[in-house]
Design a protein around this ligand. Structure first.
Ligand SMILES: [Fe+2]
Length: 184
């Protein structure tokens, strides 16, 4: 059986290696107005931790990928910045995918709107924009370079409206991390 991208990325086997909650590179109050301190605290300290705890009680793909996808997510965040500052491979990739910022946001909003229920928005190292329903990453073999949480718990500060959340959360993406993942 093929190993999913996350198993290869983390160099673990989902059946044998327990999931964990990574340390995060941002202060919990640094992503406003994209996400408030309260939203981040519940999301990181409670929801993310619960995936690890629930896996320990009863291992499942859902809880393993729930924990590990959140690691990829927190690690590609930075404090909110009004100006998008892309450099290096990330900038080249985005320029190759979209003609301008508006086109990028339009494509992201369209992909997010097409996802029924909770899930994730991602960009692969091949410059493809995709979604993952729920935490169903077991059949994802793409190298994920950018990952955005589209679960309702991430959208609380935007009244659960994805098209209001995305233009804000994009300002919390750490493009240096995206570049590092592209050359990894
Ligand atoms: Fe989440």
């Amino acid at each position: 059986m093929s190993r999913s991208y996350l198993e290869i990325y983390e160099n673990v086997d989902i059946k044998d290696d327990k999931p964990y909650r990574t340390a995060i590179p941002i202060a919990l109050d640094s992503t406003r107005p994209a996400m408030s301190f309260h939203t981040n605290r519940i999301h990181y300290e409670v929801l993310h931790e619960n995936y690890v705890k629930k896996w320990e009680e009863k291992p499942s793909d859902f809880t393993w990928y729930g924990a590990m996808l959140h690691n990829l997510w927190w690690l590609n965040l930075q404090p909110y910045e009004k100006t998008l500052r892309m450099t290096g491979p990330a900038e080249e990739m985005i320029k190759g995918m979209f003609s301008n910022h508006n086109a990028m946001m339009e494509a992201m909003n369209k992909a997010a709107a097409a996802l029924h229920g909770n899930g994730w928005l991602l960009i692969t190292d091949k410059g493809q924009l995709k979604t993952i329903p729920n935490h169903e990453a077991e059949n994802v073999y793409d190298h994920i370079v950018l990952l955005i949480d589209l679960w309702e718990h991430a959208l609380v500060d935007h009244e659960f409206q994805r098209d209001r959340y995305l233009p804000e959360i994009i300002r919390c993406i750490n493009w240096d991390v995206v570049s590092e993942r592209l050359v990894r």
